[in-house]
Design a binder for this molecule. Structure first.
Ligand SMILES: NC(=O)c1ccc[n+]([C@@H]2O[C@H](COP(=O)([O-])OP(=O)(O)OC[C@H]3O[C@@H](n4cnc5c(N)ncnc54)[C@H](OP(=O)(O)O)[C@@H]3O)[C@@H](O)[C@H]2O)c1
Length: 264
């Protein structure tokens, strides 16, 4: 099977690196085109990506066309590839917001798989949601699972929940970075050098996530275990609650979902 990537930016590069690292995709099967040639040349050199000369040539050569451009660029890309797309080609898209029906309106009755990965794909830790349009078959979903399992964990998610997933599984990564920076910065204020403070903040987030994921207990039960009566941690927890920590996170998630719905 030939995979043709259109748009070779941050996400496509991470996915291609994962696919190559996995060793499951033979040389020559990964092809791509990028508007700016430099990015394509760099991936040719690094990964042995076979370069195409245009969006249309990529679609012509590929069995699976992987759309990795920004959502606002998609209309133009679909117009260019439409003559090369038929029901025997799989369209895989990672663009935020656009539903499978949106592609079918422009390309006709073709199999479309929508994927929502996240940038943690760069370290093999993406969570990726996948769903299928009405013309896609189970084997098309398998293609997406094989690809995206090389950069993390893949979940089958109903399309109606994609906006929620993109908030919880995508944008939330940015919230975590913000939290890590706030924590690291507070450590600096308390006298810990920035590199050490940041490393500690990262390790705590990593460790707490692992503990929560592996524990049968509710996260709040785990939190309670580190809040000794009259101790220090409960002071911090109360301060976060008083300042609206949970409400801020929940409102941020809702804001992402609302914005995502407007992209349709
Ligand atoms: N970043 C994330 O965390 C994330 C997570 C989930 C989903 N996504 C989705 O992934 C997609 C890509 O995001 P990204 O962060 O990888 O963006 P990006 O780094 O800006 O990559 C997009 C690439 O598309 C190229 N491009 C634009 N028009 C093109 C065309 N007509 N033909 C070929 N290449 C073209 C751009 O080329 P130039 O070099 O000329 O700019 C750029 O390299 C978006 O739809 C986004 O919604 C992103």
């Amino acid at each position: 099977m030939i995979y043709g990537f259109i748009g070779l930016g941050n996400m496509a590069s991470a996915i291609l690196r994962g696919m190559v690292r996995s060793g499951r995709f033979p040389q020559g099967t990964l092809r791509g085109y990028n508007r700016t040639r430099e990015k394509a040349l760099a991936l040719e050199k690094e990964l042995g990506l076979v370069l195409c000369q245009s969006e249309r040539e990529t679609a012509e050569q590929a069995d699976a066309v992987v759309l990795c451009v920004k959502p606002q660029m998609l209309d133009g890309v679909l117009e260019k590839i439409a003559p090369a797309v038929s029901a025997d080609k799989l369209i895989l898209t990672i663009a935020a917001g656009k539903e499978t029906g949106w592609y079918e309106e422009r390309l006709g009755p073709v199999p479309v798989i929508r994927v929502m990965p996240n940038i943690n794909a760069r370290v093999g830790k993406s969570v990726s949601a996948i769903c299928a349009g009405p013309y896609a078959r189970p084997e098309h979903l398998s293609v997406a699972r094989d690809m995206f399992s090389t950069v993390g964990t893949v979940y089958d998610v109903e399309e109606r929940l994609f906006s929620a997933f993109s908030a919880i599984g995508g944008a939330s990564g940015a919230f975590v970075h913000l939290y890590i920076d706030a924590l690291a910065s507070a450590g600096v204020q308390a006298g810990i050098p920035r590199p050490l403070s940041q490393e500690i903040a990262c390790r705590v987030v990593e460790g707490s996530a692992l503990l929560t994921a592996q524990s049968p207990e509710h996260p709040i039960a785990l939190m309670d275990q580190v809040c000794s009566p009259g101790g220090t941690t409960i002071e911090g927890v109360h301060t976060l609650k008083r300042l609206g920590f949970e409400t801020a996170v929940q409102q941020a998630v809702r804001a992402v979902i609302e914005k995502d719905k407007k992209l349709k």
